[in-house]
Design a protein around this ligand. Structure first.
Ligand code: ATP
Ligand code: CU1
Length: 889
């Protein structure tokens, strides 16, 4: 295994001039382990920019500001302010412009909050690099690595930048670049003139060894940057919710423009009002209709949801995953590390006879020493895999009596594990001058390599079944010498290409235990209650898989589907089989992809966990791909929507709960938004049609918006989950907060309020003869208070008024305080009062306002009787759930 895999050592194409120059500069830095000084690194960082691939660049400040400036709401405010200036009402104009600033401020704060949440997530998921600065090794964010840095490579690291290997010896997984699964061994160049520079490339993974390397290229100039730039350019398609919200906003936007244009024309031609005056009412109406809160709700709720999930050790890589989480119907999990602790220990050995449990201190019989010795010799010297670590640990325990050379041996050659052949063999130079072969793997695979007879296999199968039935992982072990015959004196022939030609002989079985995680049974029960079906997808033996599944309470149905069986089934048959199978074993990564597709074809919304490089396609295909932060590969992480920072299954269930809460809150906030706009529209439109004095002016609407925006994005965002959130089935895929059902429910609430307020205004103006400004005052007081009532009414529609009024949401009462403060200011500060065209409060006005608030309460109580059920389950979900829980085993 030399660096024989063809990969351009210094790819020259498309390198920019700057990159060439930087690399040239780096070549002149002496290769001392001193590294750069911190000051030099900082100056290079500011000169060259962060070590980020193009697709990972964060959005600039400008984008945010530009977004605010092109917001229709903002443009309308500016226009209204301009018209007031033309009309000579400088006070009104300044008032609106002040609000413009407030709106910009609020938006920037909001964007900042969202952006901070996203940045924090990015920081959490950003890889770190070990570099030498001022002569000491420090861990810095991978983005801070600069050309000329002295990079320290360690087993398990992902290389942060393209670098010239200068010391040590490393084995690298370059599969991301070359597609080659086998690690590539690399040593620094000897320095001979014709010996090319040896490079390590950004994004490849150090699988073994240590080294020092000098960075020559960063960011987009690295080899991966040049292919990755193109790969990452694909934009994530908008999610269902985003599409639905955009459609709705577009439609309502058209309605707003149409109605306001009609209002302006009516005003000018029918009423003979001045054009600018009419334009103001038109703008007021458009501002009232425009549901600009909806897109804000979506972004803010999803981003802050992702932020809250990070607090629960679930990292969100795609914010739309938060939306899908609440709809998950099937959760497909792997076994090791997710359901079990991934803390393996050798518990038993078996040769021909009964398995012997390992007890401390008891010496092993010779045939079992041979089994353990071969198992250790078939394991790399400093392994990553916890199973192999367990084998090494067991072999080095003095009680087992293995010869000293076994634990120190470094393999001459290794045959790697492959999806098609679950066995690996290592070749060692033995103490007797002969080459020793040691093989371990899935028992059936090793049996094939040893060409066991059918009688031997029958015996083996029953042996394996009895051990695996205890939930143990069972490995077959074989040994031999190379060449199979011949003496030590002659030079051995070349090793064959495949393990099958090594002439291995069967030795026995090793069993490893990996206890289930303590929190799994409770989390599984919660899933079941929530109508989420959990299935296990594993590469392990069927008996082991089904034993663990039973132990943790994942299933009580014994049926196990194996990868080999799946290969014989058609897609339709597989879909029906999956309706009653909870455990799939001996799967290869390709099977996982097919299973995900079949489950989706059966109507399921699938979340899947995975950790290997090969799991990436299935993780991408799943509705929510979930990777493991601790043991997962970076490739799996990059393919996933979520990353579990501590690999724990219970976190997924917590995430589902969060996802449901967030979806519910989007639902509530949207209903509130629909509801609150109806009275505003009514109060802006009707008086104009009825030839009444104008009731709501642009300033009032701005005042209301100032209240409505935070109500949506702060109060509803902080709404806690409903009590039964995990006791109801997942929402059906089509259900949307922007559906007509929700829209009408909100419109009904809003219409009630509008009727009361309009009637109140009519009565105050007509029979009671209250002056215009005073009547308007009463209506504005009632309207602002009713905004808060609407929040209360939509918080927990399943519960009564009292629970909705009591705590649970830290922002509910502060909002009531804000409403009160706003009203007191508007009515008592003369300047504000004049600008808002209000009059000082009289007892009649106060009484009328109070009466309207009470009537509004009644209206809301009435509309509560009719509302869409929170998240109705589609028929398909019921059949799936029923099939899972009631079908005969
Ligand atoms: N390092 C190894 N040496 C020998 N055999 C191995 C090794 N790793 C895995 N195997 C064999 O391959 C089988 C599948 O292993 P793999 O790691 O693919 O399972 P998996 O799908 O990751 O399992 P799980 O779902 O439990 O995480 C194992 O049951 C074992 O028989
Ligand atoms: Cu609005």
């Amino acid at each position: 295994m030399s660096a024989a895999i063809p990969f351009p050592e210094r790819p020259a194409s498309s390198a920019t001039y700057r990159a060439e120059e930087a690399a040239e500069a780096a070549r002149h830095i002496p290769a001392t382990p001193e590294g750069l000084t911190a000051a030099e690194a900082a100056s290079r960082l500011s000169r060259d920019g962060p070590n980020l691939l193009p697709a990972n660049q964060p959005a600039s400040r400008w984008v945010v500001v530009r977004k605010v400036l092109t917001e229709p709401m903002f443009l309308m405010l500016l226009t209204a302010g301009g018209i007031y200036l033309v009309l000579g009402s400088r006070g009104e104009a300044l008032f609106l412009l002040a609000f413009v600033l407030a709106v910009i401020g609020l938006t920037l704060v909001q964007e900042g909050r969202t952006q901070r949440a996203l940045d924090a997530l990015r920081d959490l998921s950003a890889p770190k690099a070990l570099v030498q600065r001022d002569g000491v090794a420090v861990r810095v964010p991978g983005t801070d690595v600069v050309v000329g840095d002295w990079l320290l490579l360690q087993e398990g690291d992902r290389v942060a930048a393209d670098a010239e290997l200068c010391s040590g010896s490393v084995s690298l997984d370059e599969s991301l670049l070359t597609g080659e699964a086998l690690p590539v061994e690399k040593q620094p160049a000897t320095g001979q003139p014709d010996d090319p520079v040896v490079m390590v490339f950004a994004s490849t993974v150090v699988t073994r060894g240590h080294g020092g390397a000098r960075v020559t290229e960063v960011a987009a100039n690295t080899a991966v940057g040049r292919i990755g730039g193109a790969l990452n350019a694909t934009v994530e398609p908008p999610s269902q919710l985003q599409q639905a919200s955009r459609k709705l906003v577009r439609q309502l936007g058209v309605v707003a423009v149409g109605l306001s244009a009609a209002l302006v024309l009516l005003g000018v031609w029918w009423d003979g009002r001045p054009l600018l005056d009419s334009l103001l009412s038109g703008i007021a109406l458009a501002m009232a209709i425009l549901p600009e809160e909806i897109p804000v709700i979506l972004t803010v709720f999803l981003a802050l949801g992702a932020w809250r999930l990070a607090g629960q050790k679930v990292l969100t890589r795609r914010s739309t995953a938060v939306e899908a989480l609440g709809a998950i119907t099937v959760l497909a999990v792997d076994k090791t590390g997710t359901l079990t602790r991934n803390q393996m220990a050798v518990v038993a050995l078996a040769a021909a006879g009964e398995p012997l449990p390992l007890t401390d201190g008891a010496p092993l019989p010779p045939d079992l020493v041979a089994v353990l010795q071969a198992a250790v010799l078939a394991t790399p010297p400093r392994p990553f895999d916890p199973m192999e670590q367990a084998l090494r640990a067991c072999g080095s325990a003095p009680a087992q009596g293995l010869p000293a050379w076994v634990n120190a041996a470094v393999p001459l050659h290794a045959y790697a594990l492959a999806p098609g052949l679950l066995a690996m063999t290592q070749v060692h130079q033995g103490p007797d001058e002969r080459q020793w072969l040691a093989c371990k793997g899935a028992p059936e695979a090793v049996a094939d390599l040893c060409r066991l007879t059918e009688t031997q296999r029958v015996h083996l199968r029953s042996q394996v079944a009895s051990m695996a039935g205890l939930g143990w992982r069972v490995l077959g072990v074989a040994g031999g010498h190379w060449p199979p015959e011949g003496d030590a004196a002659s030079t051995p022939p070349d090793w064959p290409a495949g393990q099958a030609d090594l002439g291995l002989s069967w030795l026995g079985l090793v069993a490893l235990a990996d206890p289930p995680r303590d929190d799994v049974p409770a989390a599984l029960a919660e899933c079941r209650g929530a109508g989420v079906r959990v299935i296990m997808l594993t590469g392990d033996h069927p008996a082991t898989a089904s034993a663990i599944a039973t132990q943790v309470g994942l299933t009580d149905r014994p049926e196990v589907l194996t990868g080999a069986q799946i290969d014989t089934l058609s897609d339709a048959d597989l879909t029906t089989r999956m309706a009653r199978t909870d455990v799939c074993a001996r799967l290869q990564p390709a099977h996982k992809l097919r299973l995900v597709r079949c489950l989706q074809a059966g109507g399921a919304v699938v979340a899947m966990t995975g950790d290997g490089v090969n799991d990436a396609p299935a993780l991408k295909a799943a509705d929510v791909g979930i990777a493991m932060g601790l043991r997962g590969t970076d490739v799996a992480r990059e393919a996933s929507a979520l990353v579990l920072l501590d690999d724990s299954f219970a976190r997924i269930v917590a995430a589902i709960r969060q996802g449901r809460r967030i979806f519910d809150n989007i639902d509530k906030a949207s209903r509130f938004t629909f509801a609150v706009h109806v009275p505003i529209v009514g109060l802006a439109l009707l008086p104009a049609l009825m030839h009444w004095p104008a009731l709501l002016l642009p300033a009032h609407i701005v005042l209301l918006e100032l209240l409505i925006d935070p109500a949506c994005s702060v109060v509803f965002e902080a709404e806690p989950p409903a009590d039964g959130v995990m006791q109801r089935p997942p929402r059906a895929p089509g259900v949307s907060p922007f559906s007509s059902g929700n829209l009408w429910a909100g419109a009904l609430q809003g219409s009630g309020l509008a009727l009361v307020l309009l009637a109140g205004f009519a009565v105050l103006q007509g029979p009671l003869g209250v002056p215009e400004a005073a009547s308007r005052g009463a209506v504005v007081v009632a309207l602002l208070s009713s905004v808060w009532l609407l929040v209360v009414a939509n918080r927990q529609p399943d519960r009564g008024w009292w629970p909705s009024l009591r705590a649970g949401n830290p922002w509910l009462w502060p909002m009531a305080g804000a409403v009160a403060a706003l009203l007191v200011l508007a009515l008592s500060v003369p300047v504000l009062r004049d600008l808002l065209h209000l009059a000082p409060v009289t007892p009649v006005v106060a009484g009328a306002a109070a009466l309207m608030v009470v009537l509004n309460c009644f209206c809301l109580a009435l509309t509560r009787l009719w509302r869409p059920s929170p998240a109705p389950a589609a028929p398909i979900r019921h059949t799936v759930t029923r099939a899972v829980h009631d079908a005969p085993a």
